[in-house]
Design a protein around this ligand. Structure first.
Ligand SMILES: Nc1ncnc2c1ncn2[C@@H]1O[C@H](COP(=O)(O)OP(=O)(O)O)[C@@H](O)[C@H]1O
Ligand SMILES: [Mg+2]
Length: 238
């Protein structure tokens, strides 16, 4: 097991947030400090909103979100350097036409210039099993390959906290298995929303959201079967 460098204490303090004209979070209190945290819940339960509150992509209407000693309102600009965010759709994330440029951008954000950033990008791609991908056009990659590039470029910026918003939803089984292994080996804190209950079984803690409320939380061995059972009962009742 690779040692995790640093775990952030993420704290939601009486967070209220309206989305699309209705109140989603109505005084959410939640503290997260585990190495691997999984978010589950039906579509619309608030998983993406919760992740976006953590990195300051959205701010609460009232209440505060803290990541360590920083609250997302006052330290919003500093958070992207510390927190990596991988979207469900890599096309919402990747900016550059080639893989090399995209990954080099992560290094440029850390202060490396031109050739040095390119060289680091090539080295980093090789270390992640994508040797000689630098010159490949992003639009010619498969969805799974683009997702891989999206994750590698986020990691290139050296975050200490990684937020994953259902990044595997559209991937085939071998690709998901590869990502599962990659995530397991990452030496940093990860909070991920997913419907892949196998992937979530690796987490230290699962948080189950329903309409903006935490309905249950605890170890995957307890929460995942309860979630599955609740879904089954609802299907049977419908
Ligand atoms: N950009 C947005 N504009 C308006 N409403 C939104 C937006 N994003 C999310 N919502 C609403 O907020 C609620 C929670 O959505 P979301 O956080 O995306 O949940 P999940 O990720 O669990 O599917 C839903 O009712 C959704 O319709
Ligand atoms: Mg979502």
């Amino acid at each position: 097991m690779i040692e995790t460098s640093r775990l952030h204490l993420i704290r939601f303090d009486r967070v209220r947030l309206a989305r699309g004209g209705h109140r989603l979070f109505d005084g959410l209190d939640l503290t997260v400090s585990e190495r691997r945290v999984g978010l589950i819940g039906d579509n619309g339960s608030g998983k993406s909103s919760l992740l976006r509150l953590i990195n300051g992509l959205i701010l609460p209407d009232s209440g505060d979100v803290w990541v360590g000693a920083r609250d997302t309102r006052r330290h919003r600009k500093e958070l992207p350097g510390e927190i990596g965010f991988v979207f469900q759709n890599p096309d919402h994330q990747i900016i550059f036409p080639t893989v090399g440029e995209e990954v080099a951008f992560g290094f440029a954000n850390r202060g490396l210039k031109g050739r040095a950033a390119e060289a680091e990008a090539a080295r980093f791609l090789a270390a992640h099993g994508c040797a000689s991908w630098e010159g490949r056009a992003v639009h010619e990659l498969s969805g799974g390959e683009r997702q891989r590039v999206a994750i590698i470029s986020v990691l290139a910026a050296s975050p200490s906290l990684l937020l994953l918003d259902e990044p595997f939803a559209s991937l085939d089984l071998p690709m998901r298995m590869a990502f599962r292994r990659l995530i397991a080996e990452l030496p940093l804190q990860v909070v991920m929303a997913s419907h892949d209950l196998e992937l979530l079984a690796d987490c230290d803690r699962i948080i189950w959201l329903d309409r903006g409320r935490v309905v249950a939380e605890g170890p995957p061995g307890r929460i995942l079967p309860a979630y599955r059972e609740a879904a089954t009962l609802r299907v049977l009742a419908s």
